[in-house]
Design a protein around this ligand. Structure first.
Ligand code: BG6
Length: 474
């Protein structure tokens, strides 16, 4: 492993920051996604959040209140020896409605203090510019990324943060899990559908707008500071064919392409032939401008970041398709060779090595694993200790696979930031009980708890992993 390998952890504003009304912040799209049975219909863009019952609970609004606890949290990250920390800015903290002339100084100042706290411990900030949340005003006025207007709003936001943090932040990710907009359109991109609307058309138009925004942000970033490193971000995990039946192999290839589509554009700079043909077949006509394609071509990303929780599996056998398993928003046929987490996400460390090799072969740009981990129920013992051996086991196996990809296969990897290094709100379920952290946060699914932080067994384990640059994993 390289000496400067970026070991760290990852979170997102909408799942841990809270303080949703503080410092002149505007409402964001994720602030209106409730916990409970209405969560999925809202995340899919099929239920209007304005019709939710009045007593709905919105877990993102307070989350783990990192807004007020960040000094304590960063001190704990430093104690584990983090070399980097991936987190996101809340767009509506900086542009409350997305369209102000000037950024909100209180928002910028909050992130400046936050970043200074990281730098105090020599922790490299890795900033996700947009981790799902869009200013709600832009959703209501323009239908979010359906409209090209969002490109200008996003670039203005980037301009403000790139200039302000020019000398403090080097690594930026333009959109978290950009492919998520196909699977959870409101969660991923603030998209809601009207009756009769062609959803595929809407989603690919939004995708085009985000891709152009990402390329424009990349251009701007390199103008403002040529040393900036800009990354795209994919919800990754290869599709395996369920069998060697060519029909299954073909199905798996096409499922993978749905996801690679985004990265093909961001890393190679062009719409792939298979996507152009698919648009023709489906009657999708994108609203584009001539310069879009030049910008996409000339401003590709510097590196590729991705999340990996599990591999996926594809089949054409209807009986198997009916038995899909849970996973990171993408449906997958259940793989009989793999065990699963308490939430049904299948566990496949070798799949990480396979995914890394596939991405590196395909794009030949440095990779960065910015999410990986096990969502599990933790039990606090009477003495307050939390013995999360299952988490250690999961992470150990994935780190081994990651190191094989680097040391044996030669993949160029910048760093590894396990997801939810401190417990936070689950994106898919809105629960607190689906915990990923090395640090426990006392809060339950309904929002009750003291918010007290405590170290789990995995805390000391991960500290040693970092200290030894991955040499000691036991
Ligand atoms: C990714 C997201 O999809 O997976 C995170 O980028 C999310 O925001 C993570 O939290 C884990 O998913 P979940 O549903 O267990 O929180």
């Amino acid at each position: 492993m390289r000496k400067d390998f970026l070991w760290g952890g990852a979170t997102a504003a909408n799942q841990c920051e809270g303080g949703y009304k503080e410092g002149n912040r505007g409402m964001g799209s994720v602030d209106v996604i409730p916990w409970g049975e209405n969560r999925f219909p809202v995340m899919l863009g099929e239920m209007d959040y304005r019709q939710l019952p009045e007593d709905s609970y919105y877990p993102s609004r307070e989350a783990i209140d990192m807004y007020h606890h960040y000094k304590e949290d960063i001190a704990l990250f430093a104690e584990m020896g983090f070399k980097c920390y991936r987190f996101s800015f809340s767009w509506s903290r900086i542009f409350p409605t997305g369209e102000e002339e000037q950024p909100n100084e209180e928002g910028l100042k909050f992130y400046e203090d936050f970043i200074d706290e990281l730098l105090k411990y020599n922790i490299e900030p890795v900033v996700t510019i947009c981790h799902f949340d869009v200013p709600l005003a832009l959703v209501e006025k323009y239908g979010s990324w359906k409209s090209r207007r969002l490109i200008d709003c996003y670039v203005k936001y980037c301009d403000a943060i790139f200039r302000r943090f020019k000398d403090k932040v080097k690594y930026w990710l333009t959109f978290n899990e950009i492919n998520m907009l196909l699977h959870l359109p409101f969660m991923g991109a603030g998209l809601q559908f009207k009756e009769g609307e062609n959803k595929t058309q809407v989603k690919y138009q939004a995708a085009h707008n985000e891709l152009v925004a990402s390329a424009k942000a990349t251009r701007l970033a390199h103008q403002i500071n040529p040393d900036f490193k800009i990354g795209c971000m994919l919800a990754a995990g290869n599709y395996y064919p369920y069998s060697c039946n060519p029909e299954d192999v073909w199905e798996a290839l096409n499922r993978d392409r749905d996801n690679y589509f985004f990265i093909d554009v961001q890393a190679r700079g062009e719409y792939p032939a298979y996507a152009r043909k698919m648009f023709e077949r489906e009657g999708i006509v994108l609203e584009t401008e001539e310069e879009d394609f030049r910008i996409l071509k000339e401003h590709t990303v510097d590196f590729l970041s991705f999340s990996y929780y599990s591999s996926r599996c594809a089949s054409t056998d209807q009986e198997l398709i009916n038995k899909t398993t849970a996973g990171n928003a993408m449906k997958s046929v259940k793989n009989p060779y793999l065990k699963a987490s308490e939430w049904g996400w299948q566990i496949d460390p070798l799949g990480l090595r396979i995914t890394m090799n596939t991405l590196y072969d395909r794009y030949q740009k440095p990779l960065f694993i910015v999410e990986n981990g096990l969502g599990a129920i933790d039990r606090v013992a009477e003495d307050g200790s939390i013995c999360d051996d299952y988490r250690i086991e999961y992470l150990k196996a994935h780190i081994e696979a990651m190191m094989d990809a680097v040391d044996v296969d030669g993949v160029d990897l910048l760093g590894y930031t396990p997801w939810g290094c401190i417990d936070l709100v689950s994106a898919s379920t809105g629960e607190m009980s689906k915990r990923y952290g090395f640090i426990y946060v006392d809060k339950d699914d309904a929002g009750r708890g003291t918010l007290k932080r405590s170290r789990k067994k995995s805390f000391d384990w991960y500290k040693q992993v970092i200290e030894t640059n991955g040499e000691i994993l036991k």
